[in-house]
Design a binder for this molecule. Structure first.
Ligand code: DGL
Length: 274
């Protein structure tokens, strides 16, 4: 299949959180167009089985293919942990990038004491995928995971700088502090928005890795390697399109709070049809 280098990049997530990844792509690859899909009808993925997340992701990939995307970014950490092998056939050669590997590579480079923490959804932490990646790169690295399920609703409530959130973070992160990690992977789409709170709790000695940012940088390399990097400068038309499976208005409010522009239109689609 011939892929058009000026086609958009498909970015998908279980809901609004993946906008933290889309935002980094917008910042770091400004000439790229994006089609974003947030599965707001079926969020959260973090408490669902691998089988279900694979089924949902296959449907989304079919939808993105219909939008003729040139590459797919799995912005959701849970989906990135669960689906990569299972969706290869669906892709028909379209390059795909998840958020796990780019974050793990940087964590392996950054850690000095070889003690790395990972926080994320219950599904992500129980997958053990970071341990696999990190120990493949360096068998001496010890990996400590902690599920922090309350972070997602706190972020969606907008409580980014709030004593309640700080208290919850202190409770969750206590265990990782005791393990004396020096690097912590923010393994969930929503967590980069809690960076200040997590930093306050963990202290200056712990380097926080934001997979959203690292994924955008890796995406640039991937597009260059595959000759798919868009050569166009700023487009005349608005280069971003947003699709959701439910509650388009709520999505817009969240999107407008984290993106540097207002999302004027969001289209609701029936993802079960795909
Ligand atoms: N997007 C999910 C992730 O990064 C968090 C929200 C969910 O559980 O669906 O793992």
């Amino acid at each position: 299949m011939k892929i058009d280098r000026n086609a958009p990049i498909g970015v998908f997530d279980s809901g609004v959180g993946g906008l933290t990844v889309a935002r980094e792509i917008m910042r770091n690859l400004p000439s790229e167009k994006i089609v974003y899909f947030g599965d707001t009808a079926r969020v959260p993925y973090g408490s669902k089985s691998q089988e279900t997340v694979i089924r949902y992701s296959r449907q989304i990939i079919r939808f993105l293919k219909e939008q003729q995307v040139k590459a797919i970014v799995v912005a959701c950490n849970t989906a990135s942990a669960f689906i990569m092998d299972a969706v290869q056939e669906e892709l028909e050669g379209i390059p795909i990038l998840g958020v796990i590997e780019p974050g793990a590579i940087v964590a392996a480079k950054e850690t000095r004491n070889k003690r790395v923490g990972v926080i994320g959804t219950t599904g992500l932490i129980s997958s053990g995928i970071h341990k696999e990646y990190l120990q493949n790169m360096d068998p001496q690295i010890q990996v400590f995971g902690k599920a922090c399920p309350l972070f997602v609703p706190l972020v969606e409530e907008g409580w980014l700088h709030d004593p309640v959130t700080t208290e919850v973070a202190a409770r969750y992160l206590q265990e990782l502090k005791a393990k004396e990690i020096d690097t912590l992977i923010l393994g969930c789409t929503h967590y980069p928005l809690l960076r200040a709170t997590i930093h306050e709790v963990m202290g200056d000695a712990v380097r926080l890795v934001n997979p959203a940012y690292e994924t955008a940088l890796r995406l640039r390399e991937l597009l260059q390697e595959t000759d798919l990097y868009s050569l166009k400068t700023a487009e005349e038309e608005f280069p971003y399109r947003f699709f959701v499976s439910d509650l388009a208005e709520k999505f817009k409010v969240f999107a407008n709070s984290i993106l540097p522009f207002d999302v004027a239109t969001t289209q609701k689609i029936d993802i079960e049809k795909f």
